[in-house]
Design a protein. Structure first.
Length: 180
């Protein structure tokens, strides 16, 4: 099932119309329709708005329908999310299963790659920079992270990640899923 199909399934199961979702997110009804039909990809920020309005954890969108007992993910079998608009590629390092409590990923930021400000309350995150230079804004404070630098940010902090260099940035990040 594609991302758009999953979003539509969740939206309709919660008895939300496209208009309801548009009102809750501030996104246009036509944009949301295009996302559901896989005609466009939402930005990270748009995806956060949608998941918040639908009251789901974003990780749920990438979980398999049936949890797997196989926890080995070979490099060539990794699932990924490519967000061209934000110049981001997120590679999932574990199976997309609800019973996994952490979400380790490789995140590649192309030059100019930018998450925009992420809403608070999504998840705590630990990140280490493997290649390149990344600017991290937490609330009003700006930090520059370089190869080998690491940081832990709790979910109460508004944050924005941005590649300020001319080359790709590769980071390893672990999102800690909220406890239900």
């Amino acid at each position: 099932m594609t991302l758009g199909e999953k979003l539509k399934k969740i939206r309709t199961a919660k008895a939300f119309s496209l208009g309801d979702l548009a009102n809750e997110t501030g996104l246009s009804r036509s944009f949301l329709s295009q996302v559901e039909k896989n005609k466009t990809s939402p930005s990270i920020n748009s995806l956060f708005k949608i998941t918040k309005a639908l009251e789901i954890n974003g990780a749920e969108l990438f979980q398999k329908e049936n949890d797997s007992n196989n926890f080995i993910v070979h490099e060539e079998e990794r699932e990924f999310l490519q967000i061209k608009r934000d110049k981001l590629r997120i590679e999932f390092l574990t199976p997309r299963a609800a019973n996994i409590k952490v979400d380790p990923v490789f995140i590649r930021f192309g030059p100019g790659g930018d998450t925009g400000f992420e809403p608070t309350g999504m998840h705590d995150i630990f990140t280490v920079i493997l290649e390149g230079t990344l600017e991290l804004t937490i609330s009003e404070e700006v930090y520059v992270l370089r190869k080998g630098d690491s940081i832990y940010v709790d979910s109460t902090k508004k944050r924005r990640w941005r590649n300020i260099g001319k080359d790709d940035v590769l980071s390893f990040a672990v999102a800690i899923k909220p406890f239900a």
